[in-house]
Write a protein that binds this ligand. Structure first.
Ligand SMILES: *Cc1c(COP(=O)(O)O)cnc(C)c1O
Length: 378
């Protein structure tokens, strides 16, 4: 029997109008970093998320690196960061010679537990060891509970950096996650809700911060007719060609959110009756884009564990992926402490991300549903 076409976890979804923007870049010979698309993309993005300033960069990781530099993070500093996340939330902390300290998740949104963060900041304030920054991650299209986290950071004057790479299109009390802290970072990697094939955006309400990050991202050139440098720079700007793709993608962001939420609704209708299978909740504080639909499997009740389900899907040429393996369990970060950790460990052990692309058809979703029901014996 011929293998059925592969269903991917979260493939890129083009609109058709990207080529026009790219063509424009070619026609005007702006095939370079910077250029009119970059400036327009920054402006349009800033207005979409409601932030005064935005800087288009070569990746979300680069944006986080710049944000940490702007927060003053350097060698020997400590940075508190969500443990349940992708390694790119943590790597830039290490690029700077600083040390991550991981914080566990809460069970509603799966993001950083505000109570644990507050306790840890209070404890550290008492012993005079406050961290240099907090990196708050908004996972899978859903905002963390930002208010108590931002309040705790403000109380101890610790800068808050938001990793909103997965949360473009989400809301927290009506506003975009990523716009609450000192700086926020988004990603346009190929698997994200919109893509430039690779790229990112740093936003901030602090004009001087964005200006300086822009300078660092452009090889730290001082204003002079020749090349003059008084600090170490990076080559982190986005190319004008890719910014053209981003402009086309940004126009359909709302459609992409609707399509991914429709995937979730369909999964819930088709699988909601299965014992031992539960869906990641939508927290009461905002809109979950359902960038990825995530489920938790209780093996006793479901009749199979998360890994058996993943393999059953794999056997049908369907890609799924375990929830992030917490950073405190990663060999590379073994030596760094974690405050709590049991919630993230449980979400990793039982959690699976189902195919969630905005271009999935109902027939694709039916294929996934069939495998899940068969795996549960129902
Ligand atoms: C994708 C992602 C990043 C990194 O973004 P890139 O653009 O791929 O560098 C950072 N953090 C999280 C949580 C992500 O999912």
């Amino acid at each position: 029997m011929a293998e059925r076409p592969r269903i991917y976890l979260s493939p890129p979804h083009l609109t058709g109008s990207e080529a026009q923007y790219v063509q424009e870049a070619f026609a005007t010979n702006w095939v370079a970093p910077l250029g009119p698309h970059v400036e327009a993309f920054e402006r349009e993005f800033a207005s979409t998320v409601g932030s005064p300033y935005a800087l288009a960069v070569s990746s979300g990781t680069a944006g986080l690196h710049l944000a940490l530099i702007e927060a003053g993070v350097g060698p020997g500093d400590e940075v508190l960061v969500s443990t349940l996340t992708f390694a790119a939330s943590v790597n830039p902390i290490c690029y700077l010679g600083a040390r991550p300290v991981f914080i566990d998740s809460e069970r509603t949104s799966w993001n950083m537990d505000p109570a644990l963060l507050e306790e840890e900041l209070e404890r550290r304030a008492r012993v005079g060891r406050l961290p240099k920054a907090v990196v708050l991650v908004h996972l899978y299209g859903q905002s963390a509970d930002i208010d108590p986290i931002a309040a705790a950071c403000a109380r101890y004057e610790v800068p808050l950096i938001e990793d909103a790479a997965e949360a473009l299109g989400a809301t927290y009390k009506g506003r975009a996650p990523g716009t609450f802290g000192l700086a926020g970072v988004y990603s346009f990697n190929g698997n994200k809700i919109i893509t430039t094939s690779g790229g990112g955006m740093l936003v901030s309400a602090d004009e001087a911060l964005v200006q300086h990050a822009r300078k660092l991202a452009t090889q730290a050139r001082d204003p002079a007719p020749h090349y003059e440098h008084s600090e170490i720079g990076y080559n982190y700007r986005m190319s004008n060609v890719l910014a053209g793709i981003g402009r086309a993608q940004l126009q359909v962001l709302n459609d992409r959110v609707s399509a991914r939420r429709r995937n979730f609704d369909l999964y819930r209708r088709a699988l909601g009756d299965l014992a031992g299978l539960s869906f990641q909740e939508e927290a009461p504080w905002g809109l979950h884009t359902r960038w990825l639909t995530c489920v938790l499997i209780d093996p006793e009740e479901f009749g199979a564990d998360r890994e058996a389900l993943r393999l059953a899907l794999q056997a049908e040429n369907i890609e799924s992926r375990p929830v992030w393996k917490p950073m405190h369990l990663q060999p590379v970060f073994r030596d760094y402490p974690c405050v709590g950790g049991q919630v993230a460990e449980d979400l990793f052990r039982r959690g699976l991300c189902l195919p969630s692309g905005s271009s999935l058809t109902e027939a694709d979703l039916d294929r996934v549903v069939d495998v899940v029901r068969r795996c549960a014996g129902r």
